[in-house]
Ligand binder design. Sequence first.
Ligand SMILES: [Zn+2]
Length: 370
Amino acid sequence: MLVKNGMAFVDGKFIRADVRIENREITAVGLLEACPDEVVKDAEGLYVLPGFVDIHIHAFGGADCMRGEADVRRMSEGLLQTGVAAFVPTTMSAFPKETHEALEGIKHVKDHPCANGAAVLGAHMEAPFLAPQFKGAQLGECLQLPTVQAYEEMTHGIDCVKMMTLAPELPGAIDMVSYLKAHGVVTCAAHSAATAQQVHAAADAGLSQITHLFNAQSPLHHREPGVPGAGLADDRIVVQVIADGIHLHPDILRIAALCKGSEGMALISDSMEAAGLPDGQYDLGGQAVFVKDGAARLANGVLAGSTLLLHQAVSNMIKLAKMPPETVIPMATSTPADSIGAKGYGRIQEGDAGVLVLMDRDWNFAGVVA
Ligand SMILES: [Zn+2]
């Protein structure tokens, strides 16, 4: 397959380049002539982007990673059609046995990928080591203090955990951060009442991300910057941002992007099962979720994940937050990939995953080539 005549995002800028994909891998980038019998996709007038990488996603299209392998496979196949090349299925608060079963399902798809699906890079555990007062849509009864014993009860025999979100102020959290770092797991802070000083101390121990910046965490005050303030100020930290225009005001999206730049901010979906589906009533962790105008809320009005697709997040950052495309594209591609050490994803270069996203000149999704 040769994608010809498009403006491709290569090495941080848009250039007139053709891209050849063979066996789901990019094999050539440049001004290329089609080989005999080669399928050609004309991308005249379109932007050609690397496939997206979503490091925080619970569910999509009626499928939820907490429900086991079959649902993770449905997510994988559905997400590829929205331009996602790779993702990190994210678990919700649940009791240890349920969490273990969900992680097993994620591991199976990681080890035995779908032929026509987005790759699973590992699992992101968003619970249970969270602060009750900032639990958001997480189930309070499943939360617990961070201990290695509790972690091993949920993950024994499973080596696919790539990321964990926790509240760094909890007793035992700093030791847990050190333990996870030693086991190659990326630690993120959220659902947390931490002070800025506590976040910096956790970063000293290896914490390297803030999950859904500003959402379900201590606020930013000019005399106590809290979790978001520390995330914006600390260069060791990548901030995850939900750019659906609902979780954060466009001014805040712009401030975060100006602060962190393209390599310090990762666009996430944090989506629940209604993503890709119409408004209505859905489920998240056994709770009823009401989706109206794309906003997903529990009965008490608390935001319960999103219905965001990453191509919409890119478009929102360009149109709502008024950030240059060259700054925004890495936030949905190479930055999330690099932040978890996922080689082979996030760039248009030889050897990388053969998934390309097409967008029109007004930054509307125009299809995927995979
Ligand atoms: Zn989440």
